[in-house]
Design a binder for this molecule. Structure first.
Ligand code: ZN
Ligand code: ZN
Length: 281
């Protein structure tokens, strides 16, 4: 980690990292990757919209791993927040063009129907700008697994993960390094295209122990094994089932038994830097 030239680092800001529903101060999933031409938001769970809307000026693209609520439910709120900013002529942070929103196959229709359930119901002809955010604010595209997408000067590769709902992790390659975000995944995924040789592995560590169900989650030991097996230079554990510090610290120790590199834990509003110019962790 460097303390001098952060602009040259691979950088990721955690907006939310709670598994399932949020707790006070702990929104559900949302991560900003800082790319050359703006910030890429990975997932938009409950509590993330307000934080992402506050950074509207830098928001360049959004990717959704899967349609479990803790990863996507705030998309409508974010869209409405951005639409309202667009109505304010004095708001220079309002996006001037539609923001690309990459969603799993089939999700575009779900989101449009979701928006239609909550019309503003204003008088007069025509719909309110917040009534069609998945047409007017976002440019919605259903991504194809394993087909790379250019966004904000980076390349994003969606990689299928083993989870209860169809889910993709994202491998994000920027000029300053490469990170992998697992989304939600069981240990049986084909991880190599996602994780091999990354500078930073953002791995879910939801469980205390290996998953005995077919829901599809990792425990911290498995996240550590993953980082070691595929040569990740740093590991960021996330997607917390519990947020008390003692529980989180115990997960770090479990990952540490398998991985000798740098391990950090996701905390809302923290920005993590990985200096990719040196071998220093
Ligand atoms: Zn989740
Ligand atoms: Zn899930």
């Amino acid at each position: 980690m460097t303390t001098t030239d952060h602009d040259a680092d691979l950088r990721l800001t955690v907006l939310g990292c709670r598994a399932g529903m949020p707790e006070p101060g702990w929104p559900s999933s949302g991560y900003l990757v800082h790319a050359p031409d703006g910030a890429i938001l990975l997932d938009c769970g409950p509590g993330v919209a307000a934080k992402a809307a506050a950074r509207a000026a830098e928001l360049s693209a959004v990717f959704i791993s899967h349609m479990h609520t803790d990863h996507c439910l705030d998309l409508l709120i974010l869209g409405k927040a951005l639409a309202l900013r667009g109505l304010d002529a004095d708001d220079t942070t309002a996006p001037e063009t539609r923001i690309p929103l990459y969603v799993p196959p089939g999700a575009a229709t779900t989101l449009r129907r979701f928006n239609e359930l909550f019309p503003l119901g204003t008088d007069g002809p025509g719909a309110h700008p917040t009534d069609h955010v998945f047409r007017d604010v976002f440019d919605v595209v259903e991504y194809e697994p394993l087909r790379p997408i250019r966004a904000a000067g980076a390349t994003v590769l969606p990689v299928p993960m083993a989870h209860r709902q169809p889910c993709c992790g994202f491998r994000v390659t920027t000029p300053h390094g490469t990170l992998a975000y697992t989304g939600d995944t069981g240990p049986g995924s084909a991880f190599e295209p996602l994780v091999a040789g990354v500078d930073l592995l953002v791995a879910e560590a939801t469980l205390d122990q290996p998953d005995r169900t077919r829901h599809g989650h990792l425990c911290a030991a498995e996240a550590g094994q993953l980082a070691a097996r595929f040569g990740a230079r740093a590991l960021l554990l996330t997607h917390w089932a519990y947020t008390d510090r003692a529980w989180i610290d115990a997960q770090v120790e479990r990952a540490r038994e398998h991985y000798r590199g740098r391990i950090d834990v996701a905390v809302p509003d923290h920005t993590f830097h990985v200096d990719t110019d040196t071998q220093e962790h």
